[in-house]
Design a protein around this ligand. Structure first.
Ligand SMILES: [Fe+2]
Length: 199
């Protein structure tokens, strides 16, 4: 559960409203998983609705950046991060396909939550700095430099770092799982080879 508060706003009404709604949707799905009374179909369509909303939100955010003529370096970073979100979630979806329902959706939702916390409290905050600087008369390139060097507000650090630690440890867990699979694969191919040799 992550409670969005106005301290996390970037002072762009559309973006702020959509960020708030994204986390509200996540929390509703989390409550449904905890209550345990939703079917796979219901959870699957709730997740699809959340991803659809995220897609619309990313498109809105990118349109605002173009409109405000935000520096292309930042726009490119945003586009890459937004795309990687869908890539990662689809990968996790297929990786967890055989897991028990509650565990699977908890994993998916945890990933979505931490990814969005990290992105909205870091990359989108840097966008906020630039939009405010541009509104105050800065050139986009100058606003970009400012967003790269200006320290983010202290209230953002704790949830941002916690989200990063979760993302990191989940990724490490998947790496260890892959290592085990590779080792098991290597073991069986060595057995195959020795069986071949003995015949
Ligand atoms: Fe973004």
């Amino acid at each position: 559960m992550f409670q969005w508060t106005s301290k996390y706003n970037i002072d762009q009404p559309t973006v702020d409203e959509e960020h708030r709604e994204l986390f509200a949707m996540i929390n509703r799905i989390g409550e449904d998983i905890a209550a345990g009374d939703d079917s796979v179909d219901e959870l699957e369509s709730a997740l699809d609705a959340l991803l659809d909303y995220a897609r619309t939100h990313f498109a809105d955010e990118e349109a605002i950046m173009q409109e405000q003529q935000v520096d292309p370096r930042h726009i490119k970073r945003q586009q890459m991060e937004h795309r990687s979100f869908f890539y990662e979630i689809e990968k996790l979806r297929s990786l967890t396909a055989d897991e028990p329902m509650a565990e699977r959706y908890e994993k998916l939702l945890t990933f979505v939550t931490n990814w969005l916390i990290f992105h909205t409290l870091r990359t989108d905050q840097q966008l906020g700095i630039q939009l405010r600087a541009i509104a105050a008369g800065s050139e986009p390139a100058q606003a970009f430099e400012q967003s790269e060097t200006q320290a983010l507000s202290a209230v953002l650090y704790r949830p941002m770092v916690e989200a990063l630690v979760h993302l990191w440890s989940d990724a490490m867990e998947r790496v260890h799982e892959l290592e085990k699979q590779l080792a098991a694969g290597a073991g069986s191919s060595t057995e195959d080879a020795s069986r071949l040799e003995s015949t």
